[in-house]
Design a protein around this ligand. Structure first.
Ligand SMILES: Cc1ncc(COP(=O)(O)O)c(C=O)c1O
Length: 364
């Protein structure tokens, strides 16, 4: 079987985890949590990092901290993983979905701009760009639009650790932004996330809220409703070992991406995700477009190669059928119907890569 995107745990993971177990520091206090937060923030060009149990809780916490509540709206791209929209719903806000650009598959900023101009009275509290597949949304333009309308930006940078727009890392533009370290991401802690921010007060409050808003452990005084969202030391230990290998992982992902682009270029109707010239992507998960999506998926399955269609667009899910979906041509539908992701783990062998390509090309 050739997996889609699995962890590569061949560095100091075992050593650091063993140390946690031998010293008893396995829970939410411990040096690895702080170290992991610092390493992620440093790498991603932000001043502060606050670890969370997963990316979803990080997104929830960020929105909660902005005071987002009932009667507020959050703008989310229509093509994203469900967690972006769910996190908005946890605050009781209502997501509004914006269609994506047909080439980059990121939130369509023309539609966004138009929508905000026409809906100035609406209580839109945040825009959440999602850097889909490690490609990036046009952040300078998005920040300009958000500033003009005085709306906060929270980047869902779950998939884009190691991706840059003109040299500036993803997750360093919005007020608070989130990376995920779920098992399929470029690095993993098994499950985990980090909120990054350049604002000390936000970092302090995020840590406070994620530890049940405990003011004094001796008296059990808590000053507001908090959450049990802090990542534990034993998982952060894995994260530290993974961060040590991140530059190597990015290099390997780029090699895999280049191989697929070279071998699949000009094959049938295959089209690739457009990477704007300003973007240096982390090449997290190779995904392409073909009208033969279902045949290719079937052929890959037959050959024990794991592949996936793209996420179902948010507007098609039962919970969101009555939500606003801003679109002209419903590119989301077309992208979902025709795109598929193929094996991209850093430890894929050359032989496996060749097998994936051969299986795909045999469909044309
Ligand atoms: C775009 C996107 N947003 C949010 C998440 C949620 O992250 P987590 O699984 O760590 O909660 C993920 C990944 O799983 C994701 O890919």
């Amino acid at each position: 079987m050739i997996p889609l995107s699995i962890p590569h745990l061949n560095g100091n993971e075992l050593k650091y985890v063993t140390e946690c177990i031998e010293t008893g520091w396995v829970s939410s206090a411990g040096a690895y949590v702080t170290k992991f937060e610092e390493m992620v923030a440093d790498f991603a060009g932000s001043k502060y990092g606050v670890a969370a149990v997963n990316g979803t809780s990080g997104l929830h916490l960020a929105m909660h901290m902005l005071g987002i509540d009932r009667d507020d709206f959050i703008i989310v791209p229509n093509i994203t993983f469900i967690a972006s929209a769910n996190a908005a719903v946890y605050t009781n806000a209502r997501p509004i979905f914006i269609d994506v650009d047909p080439d980059t598959w990121q939130m369509d900023l023309d539609l966004l701009e138009e929508y905000l101009e026409e809906n100035k009275e609406k209580r839109i509290k945040a825009i959440m760009p999602v850097h889909v597949l490690g490609n990036m949304c046009d952040m300078p333009r998005l920040m300009q639009i958000a500033d003009k309308h005085n709306i906060a930006v929270i980047e869902d940078a779950s998939e884009s650790l190691g991706s840059y727009w003109n040299g500036q890392h993803s997750g360093s533009w919005g007020v608070m932004n989130v990376f995920s370290f779920n098992g399929n991401k470029i690095i993993t802690t098994g499950g985990g996330g980090v909120i990054v921010t350049n604002h000390e007060e936000h970092a302090k409050r995020a840590k406070h809220l994620s530890t049940q808003s405990k003011v004094n452990p001796e008296t059990y005084f808590h000053d507001e409703i908090g959450f049990n969202y802090r990542l534990v030391n034993v998982l952060a230990a894995i994260g530290v070992a993974q961060m040590e290998q991140l530059p190597e992982f990015i290099k390997r992902k780029k090699v895999i991406d280049a191989f697929y682009r070279k071998e699949l270029k000009g094959v049938g109707d295959i089209k690739f995700q457009k990477i704007p010239k300003e973007v240096d992507p982390n090449c997290w998960l190779f995904t392409f477009y073909s009208k033969k999506q279902s045949e290719i998926l079937a052929a890959l399955k037959e050959n024990a190669i794991i592949a996936r269609p793209f996420w179902m667009p948010m507007n098609q899910l039962p919970m969101f059928l009555d939500h606003d979906y801003i679109t002209k041509q419903d590119y989301s539908k077309d992208i979902h119907k025709n795109c598929l992701s193929i094996p991209s783990s850093v430890n894929l062998t050359e032989e496996q890569l060749v097998k994936v390509v051969k299986t795909i090309t045999s469909c044309f």
